[in-house]
Design a protein around this ligand. Structure first.
Ligand code: AVJ
Length: 329
């Protein structure tokens, strides 16, 4: 079934991800149709997301950057309490742009720590590792191309330093409400008492600001969403006509959910060659592709508690758009 990637740089997809096959089989034969946002990040999708982070409407990255830059000294005091060594484990490290603010400050202060970036994208991880090695050749660097929880389990066997887990960028927002609790609870299970989590979460705010962040004028979010169909064309030998689908975004201030959809602009049938199925679309029919949930401070407190964590402290940017929260086990 596997078709080889046409893009040689995309080392992730030498064989088709069986999870993608399963997702398409169930998601596109379901009513309403859906595909998970975890499949956005092939090489091209990762590149488009980098561009989104620089879009004027996408405030999340700038807000979190400001928080980490403003509070890096306070964070180091929390992480290295009593000058103990710690393992900084970053889940979903991506290009590590924000984390480099912390690495730079921690290195300047000669903190005793190792950095273990974890990512399921080999492309993203290789770039980050090369970059960090050249900037801080003496830093203890322990990259993991792995699933988040596998990596955490291995790390706890190899070292008895305090673990400080970074889970930044409001990645938690992509989970359904019950999955978010479950994710933090699984994280809690794999940590030792006294270990910390620094987690970045987007806050509820004026709905227009949030809606614009997922509906930018340059069309980057649109390209990001449509790229999922391009990936299916390539990896699963599908024949989506990208011009026959539109990007549509909603934000509900009642649920705090930004939701992305692809909308079929005509009645059409799409063939998924690798699955040997034909998928019919009515005019105006949608595929739901992403949830980016926004939280209130009270919801974050509740989330932490349900997962068994104590909230130590939290920081926000000057506009109050975003928060970085420290949990302790
Ligand atoms: C990387 C999951 C945090 O949901 O804001 C950006 C991904 N989607 N624009 C988000 C995304 C559309 C982003 N996260």
């Amino acid at each position: 079934v596997a078709s080889l990637p046409h893009d040689a740089a995309d080392t992730d997809t030498l064989a088709v991800d069986p999870a993608l096959v399963e997702e398409v089989r169930t998601g596109l034969q379901q009513q309403p149709k859906r595909l998970s946002s975890r499949f956005f990040y092939d090489a091209e999708g990762s590149r488009i997301f980098q561009a989104i982070m620089h879009a004027p409407e996408y405030y999340l990255t700038r807000s979190e950057y400001e928080i980490l830059d403003t509070y890096k000294a306070e964070l180091l005091e929390l992480f290295a309490v009593g000058d103990r060594s710690f393992d900084l484990v970053e889940l979903g490290a991506g290009d590590g742009l924000k984390t480099k603010i912390l690495l730079s400050h921690f290195a300047d202060e000669q903190a005793d720590f190792a950095y273990a970036p974890v990512d399921i994208s080999a492309d993203a991880l290789d770039g980050l590792v090369a970059d960090v090695r050249s900037q801080w050749p003496n830093l203890r660097l322990n990259p993991r191309h792995d699933d988040y929880f596998n990596a955490l389990e291995q790390l706890s066997e190899e070292s008895d330093s305090r673990r400080v887990v970074l889970f930044l960028g409001s990645n938690i927002g992509n989970f359904a409400p019950d999955e978010a609790v479950d994710f933090y609870r699984q994280l809690h299970d794999r940590l030792h008492p006294g270990d910390l989590v620094l987690t970045g979460i987007d806050l509820q705010k004026h709905p227009a600001i949030i809606h614009a962040a997922y509906n930018d004028r340059q069309g980057l979010t649109r390209a990001f969403n449509l790229n999922l169909l391009r990936r299916l064309n390539r990896d699963l030998d599908a024949n989506f006509d990208l011009a026959a689908f539109d990007h549509y975004e909603t934000y509900s201030p009642e649920t705090g959910e930004a939701r992305s959809y692809l909308v079929s602009q005509k009645a059409q049938t799409v063939r998924i060659g690798a699955l040997d199925i034909d998928v019919p679309f009515a005019w105006g029919e949608i595929i739901h592709t992403e949830i980016s949930r926004k939280f209130t401070p009270a919801q974050i407190e509740q989330l932490a508690q349900q997962a068994g964590f104590r909230v130590v402290t939290s920081f926000t940017d000057c506009k109050g758009y975003f928060t970085d929260v420290v949990f302790e086990k």
